[in-house]
Design a protein around this ligand. Structure first.
Ligand code: WT7
Length: 635
C-alpha cells in the first residue's frame, strides 16, 4: 500500500534544466551503449589526453580480470592538473576550502599543481617509486588531495584511511598494504574538538614495522612527538631543495602510466574477515568517473560544486578529488561537522560560496532535518541547481525535506547508487529523469543491471532479489590487492560471470530500481560501511570478552546502528560500567563511528552446528520478527 502510493509520485525535471543539460537523450545513449559498449566508452575516453593510444578498448578474454584501454598510457594527474595549467584554467579556482574554525584557503589550478609537484618531488626524494604504497591518514584539509595527487603523479599507489578510523583499523590497513610512508596531520578539527591523528599513527606504528617515514602536516599546532629520523614536518620538507628540480623550479615530471597500472587501494568491508583493499587503475577509472560526474550533475565550467563526503571514502576519491579536477571544476571543501557551531553551518556556506551543486548523504539530511527548516531558511540558497545523495537508500521523508527545504522544489535530486568497487555511479538519475523519492532510478548508459533470484534468474517487476551487474564498466575494481582468489569468490562466483553487488533490490513497472540494502555482513552506519567481523574482533580484543556478534538495526538518523552481543570470559561480571568500557574500547580500536549503540551481555549466541554465528536470528529476535528457517540452529 505504502509502496503503491510511492510509485505514483513522479517529480519531473524543472523547466529549463533539461534543455541546457549536457545530456538530454538518455535512452538514445543507453541504446548506443547497448549496441556498441566499446565504441561508447571509446568516445568518452577521447575527452582525455593519452601519451599512447589504446589498441583495444576492452579486453574481456580473461574474465573477471577485465582490462580497459589496453596498451594505452596516461596518468590521471596529467588530466587533472598538467593539461589545465597549460590552458586558461590555470587561474581558475580548483579548491576553495574552509576550516571548521573559519580558516579559508583557495588553490587555483596553478597553485594546486605547484603544491602537488613540490610534494611529489619530496616523495621521490624519500625513495617512493612507481608501484610503492603510501598510506594517507589525515583530516579534511587541502593537503589530503595534494598528497593523493602527488602519489599518483609519480606512480605510487595511495591508500587513504578515513581519518575517523582509529588505531587497529589503521594498523591493519598499513600492514596489509606494506606502506613505507605514512602521511598524516598533527590533528584535525571535528565538532569543536581535536582528533589526535598523529598520536593514533604513533600507536598504530608500534604494532607494525614496514613504515620508514611519517610526514606530518601541521594543522592544529598541538604538541606531538616527532621521532627523529622517521617523522618529518610537511612544511619543512616543502622548503628544502628536494622539493624542487635541480634548476630550482617547482616542476615535477608526471610519470607515464599504463592505463591498467594501479592508482589506489581503498579498504572496504566485505562479507567475512578482514577488510579488503579494492584496487583501481589510472585509465578506466578516469574515463568512468569524469563521464558520470559530468552527465549526472551536469557540471558546467562556471559551476561551484560541493561534495560533503570525506576524501577518505570512495565518494571523496571519485567525486571530490579526481572527478571534479578532471573536469576542471571549482570545488568547495569543508573540514568539519555540519552542525558546528550551529545547525546552519552548511547552509551558511552554500550561501557564502554560491554553491550550485550539493552532493551529500541521507544520514546528513536526516540529521539536519531534525533541527527544522528555520536553519536553512535563514540563508539564500538560490544558487543551488542540482542536489545529490549517496551511501544508503534515502527515505522518502528525508528526500522531500531535501527537495523542499533545501532545493525549494527547483533542484532535482540525483540519488546515485554505486560502491567502492564500482568506482563510479552505476544506477542514477540524469537531469532529465523524472524522479521517484527513494529510487536511484535507472542504470547509467552502458551499465547493465538486473535483479535476480538465488539461481541467477531475472525477476519480474515488484519482486525483491539480488542486485547484479552484467557487463564490465571502465571504473570497475580490477582486483583485491594481493588476493585475486577473494576477488573472484566475493564478486564473481555467486552468479558465474556476473558481478554480485551484495545488495538486494527490486525493479518497478517503469524499470526504476529500488535499493533495499545489504544482504551480507556489511552494516551501513550513517552511510559508512563497516563489517561485522571487524567490530567483533575489536570486541574480542578486550580481555573481558570471550565471543561477540554484531548486527545492524534500524536507526532514525544513522540508517543502521550497531548492536553487539557478547559472552564474557570466566571471572568477569556483567555491569553497566563494563558495557561502557566495551563501547569505548571499540571506539578506540576502530574509531568513533564503530562505537556500538548498544551492547547486550548474553550467555550464548545462536550458532549453526558448524559454529557460525547466525546474525539473522539475532536480528530477527531484536526486532520481534519471525526467525525464519532454524533447521541449522545448534543452540
Ligand atoms: C553500498 C556501497 C558509493 C559511495 C558511498 C558508499 C549502499 C550506496 C546508495 C544509494 C541505496 C546505496 C549500497 C552499496 N548505497 N549508494 N544511492 N541508495 N543504497 O560506498 O561504502 O562502498 O557502500 O552503499 O548498499 O552496496 P560503499
Amino acid at each position: 500500500m505504502a509502496t503503491d502510493q510511492r510509485l505514483r509520485d513522479f517529480f519531473p525535471p524543472p523547466p529549463g534544466l533539461v534543455e541546457s543539460a549536457h545530456i538530454n537523450n538518455r535512452d538514445v545513449l543507453a541504446r548506443m551503449a547497448d549496441q556498441n559498449l566499446e565504441g561508447f566508452w571509446e568516445e568518452q575516453a577521447k575527452e582525455f589526453e593519452w601519451f599512447r593510444p589504446w589498441t583495444r578498448v576492452l579486453d574481456d578474454s580473461n574474465p573477471p580480470f577485465y582490462q580497459w584501454f589496453v596498451g594505452a598510457t596516461t596518468n590521471i594527474v596529467y588530466n587533472c592538473l598538467d593539461r589545465h595549467v597549460r590552458s586558461w584554467r590555470r587561474n581558475k579556482l580548483a579548491i576553495i576550502w574552509e576550516g571548521e574554525n573559519g580558516d579559508q584557503r583557495t588553490f587555483s589550478y596553478h597553485a594546486l599543481n605547484r603544491e602537488v609537484c613540490m610534494f611529489a618531488n619530496v616523495l621521490r626524494s624519500m625513495g617512493v617509486h612507481k608501484g610503492d604504497r603510501v598510506t594517507i591518514y589525515m583530516g579534511r584539509i587541502p593537503e589530503l588531495p595534494v598528497a593523493m595527487l602527488a602519489c599518483a603523479k609519480i606512480g605510487a599507489v595511495h591508500s587513504v584511511v578515513y581519518g575517523g578510523f582509529s588505531v587497529e583499523a589503521l594498523h591493519g590497513r598499513i600492514e596489509d598494504s606494506q606502506s613505507q610512508v605514512v602521511i598524516t596531520c598533527d590533528g584535525g578539527y571535528m565538532n569543536g574538538k581535536i582528533v589526535e591523528l598523529k598520536n593514533i599513527v604513533d600507536e598504530a606504528l608500534k604494532r607494525c614495522a614496514t613504515v620508514e617515514h611519517v610526514i606530518v602536516v601541521r594543522r592544529t599546532g598541538q604538541p606531538v612527538t616527532m621521532e627523529s629520523g622517521r617523522d618529518y614536518w610537511y612544511h619543512e620538507l616543502m622548503t628544502l631543495p628536494v622539493a624542487r628540480t635541480a634548476s630550482g623550479n617547482s616542476r615535477c615530471e608526471t610519470e607515464e602510466m599504463d592505463a591498467e597500472d594501479p592508482l589506489f587501494l581503498l579498504y572496504t568491508s566485505g562479507t567475512t574477515g578482514r577488510p579488503k583493499a579494492i584496487l583501481h587503475t589510472h585509465g578506466g577509472y578516469m574515463v568512468g568517473v569524469a563521464t558520470t560526474l559530468k552527465w549526472v550533475f551536469d557540471l558546467k565550467e562556471e559551476d561551484r560544486y560541493w561534495c560533503t563526503a570525506d576524501p577518505g571514502w570512495i565518494t571523496g576519491h571519485s567525486y571530490i578529488v579526481y572527478g571534479p579536477l578532471l573536469l576542471g571544476t571549482t570545488s568547495f571543501m569543508y573540514e568539519g561537522a555540519p552542525t558546528y557551531p550551529y545547525p546552519n553551518r552548511w547552509w551558511s556556506m552554500v550561501e557564502k560560496y554560491g554553491i550550485n551543486i550539493l552532493y551529500t548523504a541521507p544520514t546528513a539530511i536526516r540529521g539536519l532535518m531534525r533541527y527544522g527548516e528555520a536553519w536553512p531558511n535563514r540563508h539564500d540558497l538560490s544558487s543551488l541547481r542540482l542536489l545529490g545523495t549517496v551511501g544508503e537508500p534515502i527515505n522518502p521523508e528525508a528526500w522531500r525535506w531535501y527537495y523542499e527545504a533545501i532545493g525549494k522544489g527547483r533542484c532535482p535530486i540525483m540519488d546515485t547508487w554505486w560502491q567502492t568497487e564500482t568506482g563510479m555511479f552505476m544506477i542514477t538519475p540524469l537531469p532529465e529523469t523524472p524522479l521517484k523519492p527513494g529510487s536511484a532510478t535507472k542504470p547509467f548508459p552502458g551499465i547493465e543491471a538486473d535483479v535476480v533470484d538465488e539461481n541467477g534468474n531475472s525477476l519480474p517487476a515488484g519482486e525483491e532479489g539480488y542486485l547484479v551487474l552484467k557487463r564490465p564498466w571502465p571504473a570497475m575494481l580490477r582486483n583485491i590487492y594481493n588476493d585475486p582468489d577473494r576477488y573472484v569468490s566475493q564478486y564473481w562466483s555467486k552468479f558465474p560471470g556476473v558481478y554480485f553487488t551484495g545488495d538486494s533490490a527490486r525493479k518497478d513497472e517503469d524499470g526504476y530500481y529500488w535499493i533495499i540494502g545489504r544482504v551480507d555482513d556489511v552494516i551501513k552506519v550513517s552511510g559508512y560501511r563497516l563489517g561485522t567481523a571487524e567490530i567483533e574482533s575489536a570486541l574480542v580484543s578486550h580481555p573481558a570478552v570471550a565471543e561477540a556478534a554484531a548486527i545492524g538495526l534500524p536507526h532514525d538518523i544513522k540508517g543502521n546502528a550497531i548492536h553487539a552481543y557478547v559472552i564474557l570470559r570466566a571471572g568477569f561480571e556483567p555491569s553497566e560500567s563494563l558495557i561502557e568500557e566495551l563501547r569505548a574500547h571499540v571506539a578506540h580500536e576502530m574509531g568513533p563511528i564503530a562505537r556500538p549503540e548498544k551492547i547486550t551481555i548474553v550467555s550464548q549466541l545462536p550458532k549453526t552446528r558448524s559454529g557460525k554465528i547466525m546474525r539473522r536470528v539475532l536480528k530477527a529476535r531484536a526486532q520481534g520478527l519471525p526467525e525464519g528457517d532454524l533447521s541449522t540452529l545448534e543452540e
